[in-house]
Write a protein that binds this ligand. Structure first.
Ligand code: 16G
Ligand code: MG
Length: 540
């Protein structure tokens, strides 16, 4: 380590005095103007992680679903996964070190993690449309520690995960280029849709709200690779509006209304990505002009039902599991368990927790209600299916072939709006399902989400995958009493991993009840967990 050079370059990416940031659920996120030093330091950390794992590490610069003024950075581990938890702690330490302590922190991390500093390091870098300057700071950090790098420039977050995964599996998963990604996914998609008997125009066109983000650019580049199977009409493509402003998956999901800038005719199938294209939700207007949201839960249901049907057809009894979080609508969980007979598991919020759990199954489908998710297939399953596709007869062989293409179509390194969109479009075409029929699988329980400001959100701790509050004392009992007042009701609270607030979720048999319950739970949080500012008011 050339400590002199590190000190010199670090001074060019100086940390604002007193600024403390946390590596949150999905990396650092704050106002872009406060992130230059964090980017530089994450470049340094990526080099250490690469030396330790002897693998390529990814660094993604992205504002994700957040407002344009924000930005963020996250590290991608060797198999395309989120950074390991012990390294998240190192990331926080390094980001918060004062200039004079930087060298010591770097040496500490290297020693604790037994990093061989002589080992070569390779880092790949991607960024969404939100900032070029910040990714240059990452490169400065990588270079000053002697790491090699490849800058992919503009990529969606899941594309960077894909690149990392490809590079660390010797090309077996795919080619680590943007064309490699387009070709792998499009080939699988076109082959799948060729088998669809319903090939009317209805199944062939889709309106996509790109949140004024990177998804627009990448989908436009990719479009001609899959145009045989699907034509997409892009909205909020970044030519006018602001990133994630009044549009995108997060807006549509949390406001339960369509994005601005998209004209929707009745029963037209539409979807929204978030700013870095790792979330997707679908929606449509019915003949009466009512808006219907099809969120991550319903996406997981469509996908897992289809996979289960294919397995039954092939005659394979593989274990398939669906992973959700506490935010999953109660109706989705009930439908999966009772109608589909698929086991459902609940983890803490954040993709890394779901991804980890999903790896325990032959086939693990995971989705957060907000539209983050994918399906994972164990290597053994992949081999088995490939064999079946060669050996089985007729109908069984057809199902095995389909499954083989579906495996290729999922981005197994990360939840990916583009990949999920193609999977969904293929399944709808193959099953001949309209968007309304898909929506009608089950009816969501009315629900409400609220935020409460408290002095210190860490006073709330939870257990049972965030479904029960352990502290402060009395809070869970208060929630239990409130929940009892309503039918089909459920409520929980958790400290946000990305914002300084406590989140409240409630569902019940009617919107009115869900709204009341959410409000009452907010008041309980305010009273028992040190609320600040104005008391929560009823009404939304
Ligand atoms: C991050 C997570 C997302 C989670 C959200 C929760 C990733 C890639 N993203 O956006 O999965 O739903 O945080 O935010 O893990 P909250 O803790 O503020 O509710
Ligand atoms: Mg995102």
């Amino acid at each position: 380590m050339d400590l002199g050079a590190i000190t010199k370059y670090s001074a060019l990416h100086a940390k604002p005095n007193g600024l403390i940031l946390q590596y949150g659920t999905a990396g650092f996120r704050t106002k872009a103007e406060h992130l230059d030093h964090v980017m530089f330091r994450m470049g340094l950390l990526a080099v250490l992680r690469s030396k330790q794992t002897k693998s390529t590490i990814g660094v993604m610069v992205t504002a994700s679903h957040n407002p344009e003024e924000d930005n963020g950075v996250k590290l991608v581990d060797p198999l395309g996964e989120m950074l390991a938890p012990s390294w998240e702690e190192h990331a926080t330490c390094l980001a918060n070190a004062e200039e004079q302590d930087m060298q010591r922190v770097l040496i500490d991390i290297s020693e604790k993690e037994a990093v061989n500093l002589q080992q070569d390091a390779f880092v790949v870098i991607g960024r969404d449309t939100s900032s070029e300057k910040l990714s240059q700071s990452v490169i400065d950090g990588v270079t000053v520690l002697g790491g090699q790098f490849h800058d992919y420039g503009l990529l969606t977050t899941p594309q960077l995960h894909y690149m990392v995964y490809c590079r660390n599996t010797g090309g077996r998963y795919g080619k680590a280029t943007i064309e490699g990604y387009y070709q792998k996914l499009s080939k699988a998609f076109v082959e799948l849709t060729k088998q669809a008997s319903c090939s009317g125009d209805e199944y062939r066109s889709l309106k996509v709200d790109c949140a004024n983000g990177i998804g627009a650019l990448k989908l436009r580049e990719m479009e001609h690779y899959f145009s045989q199977g699907l034509s997409v009409q892009l909205f909020n493509d970044g030519s006018k509006g602001k990133l994630n402003h009044l549009c995108g998956a997060d807006f549509v999901k949390s406001h339960q209304k369509p994005p601005q800038g998209m004209e929707i005719k009745s029963n037209e199938r539409c979807c929204s990505f978030d700013g870095d294209a790792d979330r997707i939700v679908y929606y449509y207007h019915d003949a009466d002009g009512h808006f219907h949201l099809i969120d991550g839960d319903k996406i997981a249901t469509l996908i897992s039902s289809f996979l289960k049907e294919l397995l039954v057809e092939i005659g394979e009894s593989l274990n398939i599991g669906v992973v959700q979080t506490a935010y999953a609508n109660g109706s989705s969980t009930r439908y999966l368990e009772e109608v589909m007979k698929v086991p459902v598991y609940c983890t803490k919020t954040g993709v890394k927790h779901l991804h980890h759990k999903a790896q325990e199954f032959d086939i693990g489908v995971y989705f957060e209600a907000n539209g983050h998710g994918t399906a994972l297939f164990s290597t053994a399953v992949e081999m088995k299916i490939k064999q079946s596709a060669e050996q089985l007869e007729d109908k069984k062989r057809k199902a095995a072939k389909m499954l083989e293409n579906i495996i290729d179509l999922f981005n197994q390194a990360a939840g990916d709006a583009i990949s999920d969109m193609l999977v969904i479009e293929a399944i709808l075409a193959l099953k001949g399902l309209t968007v309304q029929q898909w929506d009608a699988l089950y009816t969501d329980l009315p629900n409400r989400q609220l935020k409460v400001q408290v002095a210190d959100r860490r006073v709330i701790s939870t257990t049972d995958a965030e479904r029960q509050a352990v502290t402060p004392p009395g809070l869970q009992e208060a929630i239990n009493d409130l929940v009892k007042k309503y039918k089909l009701s459920r409520a929980f609270v958790r400290p946000s991993g990305t914002e300084d607030v406590v989140r409240v979720y409630a569902e019940a048999d009617s919107q009115e009840s869900a709204d009341h319950l959410a409000h009452e739970v907010s008041l309980a949080v305010f009273q028992l967990a040190g609320g600040i500012g104005e008391r929560p008011q009823p009404g939304f």
